[in-house]
Design a protein around this ligand. Structure first.
Ligand SMILES: Cc1cc2nc3c(=O)[nH]c(=O)nc-3n(C[C@H](O)[C@H](O)[C@H](O)COP(=O)(O)O)c2cc1C
Length: 328
């Protein structure tokens, strides 16, 4: 998820039972131009694997080159975005636009599949317009072009995140292709995951928003363990997330980036509402950390334990391979 799936989020997801995690979407144009921030998306830690890195773009040759860079950075899967509904992306002919341009979409998949030796997956929405069934025609063409797996989020691009994901389309797609299909959309609980798996024949489910500030949802889905962590554990996970994100993005970028996470962690009836508002007003990360520890002093102990359990120093590879920078 763009603006969410930073390395700290993915590593946390793995710790809580996710079988596979995915990067934010990475611009192939940004990679092509050596944009420093875009290259930063290719940082992969040793405890993230297996990891998919998602790329978006509209030019087959540029997408193939981006895929090569992604493979070299250590991704286990190259994922292609044919679902992003945001205008900044669709107006360039990328993202969801490709759902309505099957020729070009197939060319992209074919170029990417030829460029890398790791598996290639494609993430789609159902189509652009409400009620569209474009994904059902497109899916088999993409498999023919070389896609090893398809993920379907069965909302239209126009819908954005409104209404419900219509997983009857997921079931239809499963019938039409031989490769594993992953179901994305409104998977919020083990009961929901089981129902979608049973009614669609999908090989796996993907969890998005339910895991934002709530890795315990993954534990509940994977193991059936109730997702009601004590307050000090919530605060400790948030503190760890803050520290890792600061290390990854630098303090200045992290300060704004993290604000939406405060509500995600502290909401869900876990802490009084004004507390979240108070945190988002604090100007520095140090003040946020102190305020969190004041609210849940026991979190310091839990945090120490979490930090001890994480791989340390050299075990976590935070830097890009030098070859990505072209030698220096
Ligand atoms: C903030 C946000 C960012 C997202 N960014 C991406 C993205 O970069 N690539 C992608 O394939 N899907 C993206 N999605 C869509 C999710 O992967 C997922 O398909 C969708 O949210 C439905 O699943 P959910 O109900 O489990 O959240 C994003 C969703 C959200 C809420």
């Amino acid at each position: 998820m763009a603006g969410v799936s930073v390395q700290a989020f993915r590593r946390q997801g793995r710790r809580f039972g996710a079988g596979l995690v995915c990067s934010e979407m990475v611009s192939c144009a940004g990679l092509q131009h050596g944009n420093e921030r875009t290259l930063g998306y290719l940082r992969i830690a040793s405890d993230e694997h297996p990891l998919a890195v998602q790329i978006f773009g509209s030019e087959p040759a540029a997408m193939a080159e981006a895929a090569r860079m992604v493979e070299e950075a250590g991704a286990d899967i190259v994922d292609i975005n044919f679902g992003c509904p945001v205008r900044k992306v669709t107006k360039t002919g990328a993202g969801a636009t490709l759902l309505e341009d099957p020729e070009r979409a197939a060319e992209i998949v074919s170029a990417v599949a030829a460029a890398v030796s790791v598996p290639v997956s494609v993430k789609m929405r159902r189509g652009c317009a409400n009620g569209s069934r474009a994904c059902l025609e497109l899916g088999p063409r993409l498999v023919e072009a070389g896609a090893d797996t398809l993920t379907l989020h069965p909302r239209s691009a126009k819908q954005m995140y409104t209404g419900e994901a219509d997983h009857s389309l997921t079931a239809e797609l499963v019938e039409r292709v031989e490769v594993p299909v992953i179901a994305s959309g409104d998977i919020t609980s083990r009961a929901r995951a089981e129902a979608v798996l049973a009614t669609t024949g999908a090989a796996a489910v993907m969890v998005g928003r339910a895991a934002q500030g709530n890795p315990w949802a993954l534990e509940e889905i994977v193991e059936g363990r109730p997702a009601q962590p004590p307050g000090e554990e919530v605060v400790a996970e948030l503190l760890l997330f803050i520290r890792e994100t600061v290390r990854e993005l630098g303090e200045e970028r992290a300060t704004g980036f993290l604000r939406k996470f405060y509500g995600w962690y502290l909401g869900r009836g876990r802490f009084p509402r004004p507390f979240k508002a108070e945190l988002t007003q604090l100007p520095t990360i140090a003040e946020v950390e102190q305020r969190l520890l004041d609210a849940a002093p026991g979190a310091a102990f839990v945090l120490r334990r979490l930090e001890q359990e994480l791989p340390q120093g050299d075990e976590v590879l935070l830097d890009l391979p030098i070859s990505i920078y072209g030698g220096g």
